[in-house]
Design a protein around this ligand. Structure first.
Ligand code: ADP
Ligand code: ASP
Ligand code: MG
Length: 834
């Protein structure tokens, strides 16, 4: 390379994920410092900030007035902490802190204003979110400057001229070019690195307009075009452009090179990795765009350019747009009538709506298109107005819309020259039982798109991905070392034991803990939390502190999860070790691409509907749920059930003792201890919930029974459990209960003696079949396997076709922190290995 070309101007864009915290900003600055030639740097808002700002504004409009204040506080905290960590004391730091304070205040005031307006017009929304990019730009410029690479923040409002369409403006090339050259070239000549906020520009009326979500990509390509740069790098937390969204297609692979036009189609059809219009400035140019991993800057990523490679792959990538509606104009009378299509699209265009794909039935008796489902009613109304006469005369039968759909696009330059592509696509879909609602072949023959229901979109993508062997592209290597990244939801005793077991194997195992969340906040490091850090956190938790007080970020769990998911963690697994109603959160984790491991019973043991919704969400997103530790801690109970079924057996009934706590108490009472004493001892040994009545009420055992019954297909209501607490003591405060518990001793004593006289003992037994679940106290033969259980041991027996006369029995310790953690670890290992 000649010295001249080495010094060619490049535009580097850093996405939100690469600006998550002080460590990542430091990494960005180190990369910039190490680069020799001239650079223009374009930055997004910090990870999660755009969502945070929009969320506060939307909630305020919806009447949740404190949301704006709360999110303003979160914004303030995040940015203040970053500035304090990164910028040395002095004037620059003071200026930045003032800016952070002022923008947070403005934001809070804006949310109040839109709340009183009762509406969030696109113009206001643009104003609300714009501060995310502006403040991150100021911070990066200051840190870079302090690190002795001369840098200056330049406002994008002074550079990017747009058509002014709020919420999704298009840049005006000629005007932007004039401004970019005037403002940026003099800085570059002086050796100063301009840092520009992405995503925003100025409309013809002078107001701020954003370029639509993900718009920083477009700012970067636009600036490259304007400044005559030949090279744009988008630094992301994915290794590059993958053959499909890794969150829906787990074996998606890195595409080493794509043509501009292919990348443009992938982006247009909703692959979140690139803004839909980000390739427009590069059309017909020789600019090379690289999408690279800022976590692995030594790797080449994906090159998007005018070259053609990978010709063995007619299909290179898939993309999915969800939340779509299909609007159809239909009528026999349309056949052969010119102008219907033109009038249809003119009407839609006049409404300012944008269509994602056009579908025409081969009979020509209908024409259809997809668009964002929120906009479908407006499109239908506009078309009904346009075709008023044709509808009245019956020339057109009807204008209809169907929502809840997704468009899947299959993209590749080589498709044009390869026969039979469409047939291969549709065979693969048919084999997967995917029902295709409409089909469009792009006129370029560079893509085939089809419409399916949102529920089938994931399966459709996986089927087509497999049919074209896309997991072999680029040599078929997984894009990263295939780590399994574990995020712990809850950091109680079990969570800590698990973290410790995982961290102990750090370095020797592909499983690592990258994040943990409790009700106060979260900590996250995409490279894995070190054992030392986990240990410190565990010690802090032991002494009663919350994650947010131990150096974590303050956030609610949903917010935290969105943040973590905004990083492309590898094969992520969320482990629920809480005892809360986490159903909504778990479904959102599935949407974000997490597999789930549960020790928490509640999400599976609520209403049939909530149980079904969780499993359906997993099926729709192609994710897996494991929950061995919900029943029998580390014992292989669900595993045994599944092995029986997989080998062709049918389980008719499962019963046994599944509560280690009740087992401990009842066997102690049977051996002559007072009931109250046995409960106190169980508490002391950590076998009970903080309030032992949760166990004594049978609730916990009943939940386990319900989970087992549902495995067998049980659809009925959760069972009523037999409560072992005397009615008078059920509702009193815990302290009262403990004081008065001995009032139950005499009764228990006589029950035990009555049973003993008949050679029997008391056990708390759960019975589950496909039709019923029971959780109750039973008298069993003292010599029977259940009768001879001691301590916290569980025993579960499976009666099946094969094991009808002599049930298959699994028995062992069924409670305790270490064994529960081991059960969870087993599930995680299973997910990591398959
Ligand atoms: P940035 O931080 O630069 O804005 P994005 O978060 O917008 O980056 O883009 C990366 C995300 O895009 C990843 O989290 C990934 O899940 C998603 N994605 C969807 N489709 C693809 C694909 N085909 N290749 C790579 N990433 C994809
Ligand atoms: N921060 C904006 C968004 O989240 C723009 C971007 O990241 O490209 O959509
Ligand atoms: Mg983006």
């Amino acid at each position: 390379m000649s010295p001249k070309s080495r010094a060619a101007l490049e535009v580097w864009k850093f996405g939100g994920a690469s600006l998550a915290d002080a460590a990542s900003v430091n990494r960005v600055v180190a990369m910039l410092r190490a680069h020799q030639g001239p650079l223009v740097v374009v930055v997004s808002a910090l990870a999660g900030v755009t969502d945070l700002l929009l969320d506060g504004a939307r909630r305020s409009v919806a009447g949740e007035l404190e949301a704006g204040t709360r999110n303003a506080a979160a914004y303030l905290r995040m940015h203040r902490r970053l500035v304090e960590n990164l910028v040395p004391r002095g004037a620059a730091r003071r200026r930045l802190l003032l800016m952070v304070d002022a923008t947070a205040r403005e934001y809070r005031d804006l949310t109040r204003a839109v709340a009183s307006l009762g509406d969030l017009p696109a113009r206001a929304s643009d104003l609300v979110v714009s501060r995310g990019e502006r403040v991150s730009c100021a911070i990066v410029a200051a840190v870079l400057h302090a690190a002795r690479r001369p840098a200056q923040a330049v406002d994008a409002m002074d550079i990017v001229a747009t058509d002014g369409k709020h919420g999704g403006a298009a840049p005006e090339l000629a005007e932007s070019q004039r401004r970019a050259r005037r403002l940026l070239l003099p800085l570059l000549r002086r050796g100063v690195t301009p840092v520009v906020p992405g995503f925003i520009g100025r409309g013809p009326d002078g107001s701020l307009s954003t370029l639509g979500r993900g718009g920083t990509d477009l700012t970067a390509t636009l600036l490259a075009r304007c400044l005559g740069s030949r090279h744009v790098v988008l630094w992301k937390d994915v290794p590059g452009i993958l053959t499909a969204d890794p969150r829906t297609v787990p074996d998606a692979r890195l595409i080493p090179q794509l043509h501009h036009r292919e990348a443009a189609e992938v982006a247009h059809y909703g692959a979140k990795v690139l803004h839909p219009r980000s390739l427009i400035p590069l059309a017909e140019s020789r600019i090379v765009l690289d999408v690279r991993s800022f976590l692995h800057p030594e790797r080449p990523g994906t090159e998007v350019s005018a070259r053609r490679t990978l010709e063995r792959y007619p299909v290179k990538a898939l993309a999915t747009i969800s939340g779509q509606a299909l609007v159809t104009v239909a009528g026999k009378g349309m056949l052969g009538v010119p102008g219907i299509a033109a009038r249809t699209f003119a009407a839609v265009h006049a409404e300012g709506l944008s269509v994602s794909t056009i579908f025409q039935a081969s009979s020509e008796s209908s024409i259809g298109f997809t668009l964002n489902e929120v906009e479908a009613p407006r499109a239908v109304a506009a078309l009904r107005r346009t075709f008023r006469e044709e509808l009245a005369t019956g020339f057109i039968d009807d204008v209809t819309s169907r929502s809840g759909l997704a468009v899947v696009a299959v993209v590749g330059e080589g498709m044009a020259g390869t026969p039979g592509i469409a047939a291969r696509v549709f065979n693969a879909l048919a084999q997967g039982g995917v029902n295709v609602i409409a089909i469009a072949q792009g006129s370029s023959e560079r893509n085939i798109s089809f419409v399916v229901t949102a529920e089938q979109a994931g399966e459709a993508a996986r089927r087509v991905h497999a049919a074209f062997q896309l997991s072999k592209i680029g040599g078929g290597r997984p894009p990263e070392v295939a780590h399994t990244d574990v995020v712990l939801l809850g950091f109680g005793k079990v969570g800590r034991a698990l973290a410790d077991q995982l961290a102990a194997r750090n370095g020797t195992s592909s499983v690592r803990v990258v994040g943990l969340l409790d009700r106060s906040g979260y900590v996250f490091d995409p490279r894995g939390l070190s054992r030392r850090r986990l240990l410190r956190l565990a010690q802090g938790k032991d002494s009663g502190a919350l994650v947010a007080e131990l150096g974590g970020r303050r956030a609610d769990a949903a917010e935290a999860l969105t943040f973590v998911a905004s990083h492309a963690v590898s094969r992520p697994v969320l482990v629920d070790v809480t005892a809360e109603e986490t159903g909504d959160l778990l479904r959102s984790a599935l949407d974000h691409g997490f597999d789930l491991v549960l020790a928490n019973k509640k999400p599976l043991a609520g209403s049939t509907e909530s149980h079904d919704r969780l499993l359906a969400a997993a099926a729709a997103s192609g994710r897996r749920i494991r929950y061995e530790a919900t029943v029998g801690a580390g014992l292989p109970i669900i595993d045994t059930y599944q092995k029986l079924v997989e080998t062709g057996d049918r389980v008719l009934r499962i019963d046994g003792c599944v509560s280690g706590t009740l087992g401990f108490v009842l066997s102690a009472v049977g051996a002559g201890r007072a009931f109250s004493e046995a409960v106190v001892e169980a508490m002391g040994r950590g076998y009970t919930e903080p309030d032992p009545r949760e166990d004594l009420s049978g609730q916990d055992a009943a939940r386990k029974g319900l989970i087992l019954a549902r495995l067998m297909g049980y659809r009925g209501a959760p069972p009523a459990a037999e409560n072992l607490v005397a009615p008078a003591l059920r509702r009193v405060p815990l302290a009262q209960f403990l004081k008065r518990m001995s009032s139950m001793d005499a009764d228990w004593k006589s029950r035990v003696e009555r049973a003993a006289a008949r050679g029997r003992v008391l056990r708390y037994v759960v019975t589950a079949t496909a039709f019923a679940v029971r959780a109750s106290l039973a008298e069993v033969d003292a010599q029977s396997p259940i009768g001879s259980l001691t301590g916290t041991r569980n025993l579960v027996s499976f009666t099946s076709r094969r094991y009808r006369n002599e049930p298959l029995v699994v028995t062992g310790p069924g409670a305790g922190v270490a064994v529960t953690a081991a059960g969870i670890l087993n599930d995680i290992q299973y997910l990591a290995a398959t």
